[in-house]
Design a protein around this ligand. Structure first.
Ligand SMILES: [Zn+2]
Ligand SMILES: [Zn+2]
Length: 270
C-alpha cells in the first residue's frame, strides 16, 4: 500500500544504464530528504547486451547487492528493471523475466526500438520516419507495446505513448495525433484488462512533446475507466529527480485522490 504523505517516483536510471552515471545511494539520500520513494528502473535491452555500457546478466548480481545495501539504509526504495520487449525475441525475453522475476520487486516492460533504431533518440527517430513514414513508425511502436502488454511478463508498462516524444516537429503530426489518441486509449484499457499498471511518465514535459505520457486528458479518461497508474520522472540524474519531486508528489496525490494509484509487484503487496 502507498504510504500516506510520501511521493512516489518509480522510474530513475543509475550507472547500470548506458545513459546515466548516477549512483543509487545519491538518489536514495535525496529521496529520503525530499520525502519521495525511489524506484530504480535501469534499462535491460536483451538485443543490445553486446554494446558497451549496456546492462548484461553478469552485472545483475552487483546491482542486486548494491541495492540491498542502499535499501537497508533507505527503506523507501524499490528495485526493478525497464525491460525492452521485442516480438522477434519474445521467447528469450520471457526466459529472462522468468529467471529474474523473483530477484526484483517487479518488472516493467518498455519499447524503445524498432528495427534496432531508438524512437527516443532524435536522429534514430528521424531515420525511422524516413523508412516507415511518421504514421508507420507510430503504428509499429504501438503494435510492439500491445505485444509487450499481452506477453504477460510485466507488472506495468513504461511511457505507453513514448513514441510521441520527438514526433511533434513533423508536418503531418495532425493525422498522426488522431491515431495516437485512439491507440493510447485502447492500450490503456488493455492494461486494465490484463492487470498491468500504466506509468504516468513525466519525462515528456522535458522533451519536445511538452506533455506527460499519457497526456492529462487521456489520463483523466483512463482513471475514470478504472485504469491504475504509478508516477515516474524517468530521471537519468539526481538533479532531474530532485526537480521532479514536486511533480511526482502532485501526481501521487492526484492518483491517490481518484483511487487510481497502485504500486506494482512486491512493493504493492508488501
Ligand atoms: Zn524508457
Ligand atoms: Zn527509462
Amino acid at each position: 500500500m502507498p504510504s500516506p504523505g510520501l511521493a512516489y517516483d518509480l522510474h530513475v536510471h543509475t550507472r547500470y544504464s548506458p545513459d546515466s552515471t548516477a549512483e543509487l545511494e545519491a538518489y536514495a539520500s535525496a529521496g529520503q530528504q525530499h520525502g519521495c520513494h525511489v524506484g530504480f528502473l535501469d534499462h535491460f535491452e536483451l538485443a543490445f547486451t553486446d554494446r558497451p555500457g549496456y546492462l548484461r546478466e553478469d552485472r545483475l548480481p552487483a546491482l542486486l547487492e548494491e541495492f540491498d545495501q542502499v535499501h537497508s539504509v533507505h527503506p523507501n526504495t524499490s528495485l526493478s528493471l525497464e525491460v525492452d520487449y521485442y516480438t522477434e525475441l519474445a521467447a528469450a525475453v520471457a526466459e529472462f523475466c522468468d529467471q529474474y522475476h523473483n530477484d526484483f520487486d517487479y518488472l516493467i516492460g518498455a519499447i524503445h526500438t524498432i528495427d534496432e533504431l531508438a524512437v527516443t533518440v532524435p536522429a534514430e527517430f528521424s531515420a525511422l520516419v524516413k523508412r516507415f513514414g511518421l504514421l508507420g513508425t507510430i503504428k509499429r511502436y504501438f503494435d510492439q507495446v500491445e505485444a509487450a502488454i499481452r506477453a504477460n511478463l510485466f507488472e506495468g508498462i513504461a511511457h505507453l505513448d513514448g513514441v510521441m516524444r520527438y514526433a511533434t516537429v513533423y508536418p503531418n503530426i495532425r493525422q498522426a495525433e488522431a491515431f495516437w489518441q485512439v491507440r493510447t486509449r485502447e492500450l490503456g484499457h488493455l492494461c486494465r484488462q490484463q492487470g498491468l499498471l500504466v506509468e504516468v511518465n513525466l519525462g515528456g514535459l522535458r522533451q519536445p512533446w511538452g506533455r506527460t505520457h499519457p497526456t492529462s486528458e487521456i489520463l483523466d479518461e483512463l482513471v475514470a475507466a478504472g485504469v491504475h497508474f504509478y508516477p515516474a520522472s524517468d530521471s537519468h540524474n539526481v538533479v532531474t529527480f530532485v526537480e521532479a519531486v514536486p511533480l511526482c508528489r502532485k501526481m501521487t496525490d492526484y492518483l491517490s485522490g481518484k483511487g487510481a494509484l497502485r504500486l506494482p509487484g512486491k512493493l504493492g503487496s508488501g
